[in-house]
Write a protein that binds this ligand. Structure first.
Ligand SMILES: [Fe+2]
Length: 274
C-alpha cells in the first residue's frame, strides 16, 4: 500500500522531471550512451537482449511506474475460474476492417496489415484473438486523454479485432496512423505505430506490443522504441512493405509476423505504453 509520504516523494520527483524537461538532444545522448554500453557488453561476451529495458532513463514517463520487483506467477487455474473469456463466434470477420465502422470513409492512406502469429519453433498459433488500437491519420486518438490539436476523424475509431486462421494468419484493413507528440520530453514525437494485443489461449497469457512502419525518421529519437537495446530485436517490430499485399487501386500492403517465444520473439510490453 502506498504511504502518503511515498505519494509526496513521487510528486516531488515528477516536479523535478517537469522542471528539468529534457531536450531531444539530451534524450538522444542518453539513448546512445546506454546502447554503447550494451554493445560493449555483448562484445565482451554478455548476453544479447531481446526485450525492452524496464528501467530505461530516456523513457522518462516510465521511471516511476515500471516494475521494480520480480514478477510473480499466478496460478492460472485459480484465475481462470472467474476471469473473462471470449468465444470465437463473438468476433465477427468484419471487425478486422477499421474503415467501415461509421457512415463514411476515414481519411488517410488505406493499408492492409497481414501476417502470421508463430511460436518459437515456427509453428502457427491458430485461433488467437488479436486486438489492435491506433491513432488516426492525423496522429490523434479518439480517447479523452489525447488532447493535442490534431483533428478527430468522425469516421475512424481506431480499434479492431481478428482471430488467427489455421495457418496462424491474420489481416487488418485500416488507415496508416500518423506520428503524434507526447509529454516524455520537449518536442517528443512517437513514430507511427499500431498497438497489438494477443490474448493467448488463456486470460493470463495476454501480451501487448507495437508495430511500426519501415523507414520512419522518428525511430532514432523515440525512447520507447529504443528501450530495446538490441537492433535486431528492434527491427522485428517494424513491418515490411509488401507489394504482393498491396491491392490494385485500393490499399498499400504491409507484412508483420509475430513470434511468441524463442530467440526471435517479438518484444512484448509489460503494460500499455503511450
Ligand atoms: Fe500509441
Amino acid at each position: 500500500m502506498e504511504t502518503e509520504e511515498g505519494v509526496i516523494q513521487d510528486s516531488l520527483v515528477i516536479e523535478r522531471l517537469d522542471a528539468a524537461e529534457a531536450s531531444q538532444d539530451h534524450i538522444s545522448a542518453e539513448i546512445e550512451s546506454i546502447h554503447a554500453a550494451y554493445r560493449t557488453s555483448v562484445d565482451d561476451g554478455g548476453a544479447e537482449e531481446t526485450q525492452p529495458r524496464l528501467d530505461f532513463s530516456p523513457y522518462r514517463s516510465s521511471l516511476l511506474r515500471h516494475p521494480t520487483k520480480n514478477l510473480h506467477h499466478t496460478d492460472p487455474e485459480t484465475i481462470e475460474l472467474w476471469s473473462p473469456a471470449f468465444g470465437h463466434q463473438d468476433v465477427h470477420p468484419l471487425e478486422s476492417n477499421l474503415t467501415i465502422q461509421h457512415n463514411g470513409e476515414p481519411l488517410g492512406e488505406r493499408i492492409i496489415v497481414r501476417g502470421r502469429v508463430l511460436d518459437g519453433d515456427g509453428r502457427p498459433v491458430r485461433n488467437q484473438l488479436i486486438e489492435v488500437w491506433q491513432a488516426n491519420s492525423a496522429g490523434r486518438y479518439i480517447h479523452k486523454r489525447d488532447q493535442h490539436p490534431a483533428p478527430i476523424d468522425p469516421n475512424f475509431t481506431g480499434v479492431g479485432r481478428a482471430i488467427t486462421g489455421d495457418d496462424g494468419s491474420y489481416e487488418f484493413l485500416t488507415i496508416k496512423p500518423g506520428p503524434y507528440p507526447w509529454k516524455n520530453h520537449f518536442n517528443a514525437w512517437r513514430p507511427a505505430h499500431i498497438h497489438f494485443s494477443l490474448f493467448g489461449t488463456d486470460f493470463t497469457q495476454r501480451m501487448i506490443t507495437q508495430m511500426y512502419f519501415p523507414g520512419d525518421p522518428l525511430f532514432a529519437l523515440d525512447p520507447i522504441y529504443q528501450s530495446i537495446t538490441d537492433p535486431l530485436a528492434r527491427d522485428r517490430l517494424v513491418a515490411a512493405y509488401d507489394h504482393s499485399i498491396t491491392s490494385h487501386e485500393w490499399a498499400t500492403g504491409y507484412n508483420w509476423d509475430i513470434v511468441l517465444s524463442g530467440s526471435n520473439r517479438t518484444w512484448m510490453e509489460e503494460e500499455d505504453a503511450e
